[in-house]
Design a protein around this ligand. Structure first.
Ligand SMILES: NC(=O)c1ccc[n+]([C@@H]2O[C@H](COP(=O)([O-])OP(=O)(O)OC[C@H]3O[C@@H](n4cnc5c(N)ncnc54)[C@H](O)[C@@H]3O)[C@@H](O)[C@H]2O)c1
Length: 507
């Protein structure tokens, strides 16, 4: 793999939020960088901004003053495409429009050298389609940075149908030399991150639509049990519903309306209302002056009345036993019993398997069934979502909630929806990542790195599936599919194969 040498000139066309960030990275890595924008003065303003960033980094001791000045002087604003003739790589970060990107690169082909590489930063347009306008489409690949580019480690290197592997490899090696973590991906809708992340929003929107819990409660569960940095609703509000909804729609349409990616009517309503989120002052939450952020619903403290038994050696059971021990609660241990985690009086606790508690109670004959959600780490989780069977006795259920509270969890009670919040989201994230791997979009390692580095997930979805157990994930998906009767929850063939082979996804 050949890295572009430091003296290679990098051109950045489009010097808005992304282009300026990419120019900053290339200049910091030692390249001369030429910036071009069709808005008069925009390239110069971007350079001023980048130099100010370098100066700030020098103040913080992240760069020497000399290095900051040197990096700043490597940035050159140019006024026309003809000035990019000596570029070794042209990164485009112009408007997200196929015709504009095709025209830019087609015009550049008659200006730059035959071995000049084109790297498009498009987040949603087919790299294959951009390449179709070129005489030499093999020189074009996606070079997809994440926002803010200087801070986000991930770069998706996206190969279109005609992309020369050597070009993708050079971009991969160069992005690594720039301190980034590149991953290879095939040009398919959403590439890796924007495809695999869809269920993070979609499952939460479905929970909200069913009134499973309020938005603040679902957000709190995803953060405090799931370990995600932001809950889905606050994240959508931050991204902006216009942008998030447009990405969901474009992925859904690009996959010929596959139910997996079905957009949400709730989000359509927000877009129709102009409630775009933080930037417009209203979204799922109210950001206007004086507005109070609603608190998550937390069950009032209840007494754990009844004899407590913790069953088996599952991760959840071991953590629960450890937490009860630390809080001085007396309990006894027993071997595994039908997947039960614990029993208190007449109530039985299980981790959700994608069935509702009501269905599970009806099938098992255990009326007082209480289900707990998945946690990233049951030792460290501060909150758990629970659901109880409709046929359960309220006193027995209260006692089960009291047991979880005695173990130090804040408990949020959901309506009895199948799969609760973290479990169904993680199962669907893993399913989507598995499908991307199964369809040769990327490797399992690339899918996990992409989600950890591109959107800060606490664990790669496939590594998470391995940890929970691929058989459990498959069961959850199959049960969700049976509950909703929707093709959306069909299990990826890759997951199925791993289950039948009795192995993990990562081997
Ligand atoms: N903003 C993000 O979070 C993000 C993340 C990853 C990728 N992207 C992609 O990066 C690209 C740029 O996005 P952005 O957010 O920086 O947009 P932006 O609007 O901030 O900047 C785009 C810049 O390109 C200039 N421009 C438009 N058409 C041009 C042309 N034909 N020639 C020269 N300059 C032109 C505009 O004047 C503007 O300065 C898009 O393709 C977008 O999908 C955006």
């Amino acid at each position: 793999m050949s890295v572009l040498p430091k003296e290679a000139i990098i051109a950045v066309v489009g010097t808005g939020a992304m282009g300026a960030g990419i120019a900053q990275i290339a200049a910091a890595a030692g390249h001369p960088v030429k910036l071009l924008d069709n808005r008069p003065g925009a390239a110069e303003r971007a350079i001023d901004g980048i130099r100010a960033q370098f100066a700030k980094m020098a103040e913080k001791g992240k760069l020497t003053a000399e290095a900051a000045t040197a990096a700043g002087t490597r940035l050159i604003a140019v006024g026309q495409a003809a000035d990019l003739a000596d570029a070794a790589l042209v990164v485009e970060a112009i408007v997200e429009n196929l015709e504009a990107k095709q025209k830019l690169y087609a015009d550049l082909e008659s200006i730059v050298a035959v071995d000049c590489i084109f790297g498009t930063n498009t987040s949603s347009i087919s790299v294959t389609a951009i390449g179709a306008a070129l005489k030499h489409p093999e020189r074009l690949a996606g070079l997809h940075f994440f926002n803010p580019a200087p801070l986000m480690a991930l770069v998706e290197i996206v190969s279109g149908l005609a992309t020369d592997r050597a070009v993708a490899d050079t971009l991969f090696a160069t992005a690594s030399a720039w301190g980034k973590t590149p991953v290879h991906a095939k040009s398919t809708p959403g590439f890796i991150v924007n495809r695999v992340a869809r269920p993070y929003y979609a499952e939460a929107l479905r929970l909200a639509q069913e009134g499973a819990a309020d938005n603040a409660t679902i957000d709190a569960v995803m953060r405090e049990a799931g370990g995600f940095r932001m809950g889905p609703f606050e994240l959508m509000d931050l991204i902006g519903h216009d942008v998030n909804f447009a990405v969901t729609n474009s992925v859904w349409r690009a996959f010929y309306n596959d139910q997996r990616f079905l957009p949400s009517l709730i989000q359509q309503e927000l877009v129709d209302a102009g409630f775009y989120g933080k930037k417009s002052g209203r979204g799922f939450y109210d950001y206007r002056e004086g507005a109070v952020r609603p608190a998550a619903q937390t069950e009032a403290t209840q007494a754990p009345t009844g004899k407590i038994t913790v069953f088996g050696r599952s991760t959840a059971a071991k953590s629960l036993a450890g937490r009860l021990e630390r809080s001085g609660q007396s309990f006894s241990r027993a071997p595994d019993h039908d997947g039960m985690i614990a029993e208190i009086g007449r109530a039985a606790l299980f981790v959700t398997d994608g069935r509702s508690a009501t269905q599970r109670a009806s099938e098992s004959g255990v009326a007082n069934t209480v289900l707990i959600d998945l946690a990233l780490d049951y030792d460290k989780a501060t909150r758990l979502a629970v659901a109880a069977a409709e046929q359960g006795d309220p006193l027995a259920i209260a006692s089960a909630i009291g047991l979880l509270q005695a173990a130090g969890f804040a408990v949020s009670r959901f309506l009895d929806v199948p799969g609760l919040a973290v479990m169904r989201t993680v199962a669907m994230l893993a399913n989507e990542a598995a499908d991307a791997v199964n369809q040769c979009v990327c490797s399992a390692g690339a899918a996990d790195s992409a989600m950890c580095l591109g959107v800060n997930y606490p664990r790669g979805p496939l590594a998470w599936a391995d940890q929970v157990g691929v058989a459990t994930i498959r069961t959850v998906l199959a049960n969700l599919g049976a509950s909703y009767g929707e093709d959306r929850y069909r299990v990826s063939p890759l997951l199925q194969r791993a289950v039948f082979a009795g192995r993990n996804i990562h081997g």
